[in-house]
Design a protein around this ligand. Structure first.
Ligand SMILES: Nc1ncnc2c1ncn2[C@@H]1O[C@H](COP(=O)(O)OP(=O)(O)OP(=O)(O)O)[C@@H](O)[C@H]1O
Length: 255
């Protein structure tokens, strides 16, 4: 069997006495969507921050794309093809939508922000940025100030920025949160199309319908620990998962 694209082994992060992530292990394979679920405060975002290099783990190992990466800073992870979105969208509000993506594209192609705007090679970067905006359905907004976009579009812009960097793996942190029902279905199609291109996705999602439908497999955390791993169907009937979400006596269908 092929080695996983991402392997997290015994990952642990302490904040003082708090075990925010406690001995968590899981793999993400090439071309799969892995859902990372769990109640509030379970340790999901801390996991993202560990994998993407924002935090160094207290213990444990992270292997990405064939090398050990725990402790590498975010720009090194980006250079290896790992992109991410944030729970709270943070565009460069004063820049145009296109420029927001150009900044992210510059990470790979031309070694920096300034050159991505100025050099002759900037032309190619621009083309790539426009392709990404087309992919996420924002080509018509390319010249608008990012700060003027509604939330649904901002989430798509975040995904375009993550894709500019993450040609192997993108981490999506609650990309569906706060969206209207009519925005959710097309965004699900977008995430599914990312996987179809062979890019793996690690997805934090509170919307169970979205998580169950999109994920090939799901890992569930609670109080920093992994309490379950399996297919969406297995997770939906797992008693520990039901208890973590609903307390004793809960029903899977309601999760
Ligand atoms: N920088 C930090 N310093 C101290 N404690 C932190 C820090 N970041 C997170 N925590 C704590 O770690 C625990 C896990 O937080 P995390 O943000 O990963 O939860 P989560 O599963 O993403 O929750 P949510 O679904 O509410 O976003 C929480 O108790 C949180 O308060």
């Amino acid at each position: 069997m092929k080695a996983p694209l991402l392997r997290v082994h015994n990952l642990t992060k302490l904040f003082g006495g708090l075990r925010a992530v406690d001995g968590v292990s899981f793999d993400v394979h090439g071309g799969e969507i892995l859902g990372l679920l769990g109640p509030n405060g379970a340790g999901k975002t801390v996991c993202f921050n560990l994998i993407s290099g924002v935090y160094a783990p207290t213990a444990g190992e992270i292997h990405f794309s064939g090398r050990r990466t725990d402790g590498l800073p975010p720009h090194r992870m980006a250079a290896l093809g790992l992109g991410r979105t944030f729970q709270i969208v943070k565009p460069f509000a004063q820049l145009r939508v296109l420029d927001n993506v150009l900044v992210a594209c510059g990470v790979h192609h031309y070694g920096g922000l300034l050159r991505s705007f100025t050099s002759w090679t900037g032309q190619k970067t621009r083309q790539r940025a426009m392709e990404l905006l087309e992919k996420v359905g924002l080509a018509d907004e390319a010249h608008r100030k990012a700060g003027l976009l509604p939330l649904g579009h901002l989430r798509r812009l975040e995904i375009a920025r993550a894709l500019a960097v993450g040609h192997r793996l993108v981490l999506l942190d609650e990309s569906f949160s706060g969206l209207r029902e009519e925005e959710i279905t097309p965004l699900m199609a977008l995430v599914a199309s990312i996987r179809q291109e062979g890019i793996s996705v690690l997805l934090i999602e509170h919307n169970m319908r979205v998580a169950m439908k999109l994920s090939n497999r799901i890992v569930v955390l609670d109080h920093g620990c992994k309490i379950a791993e399996g297919t969406p169907a297995e997770i939906a009937r797992n008693p520990r998962v039901i208890e973590a979400y609903l307390g004793r006596g809960g029903r899977a269908g309601a999760a």
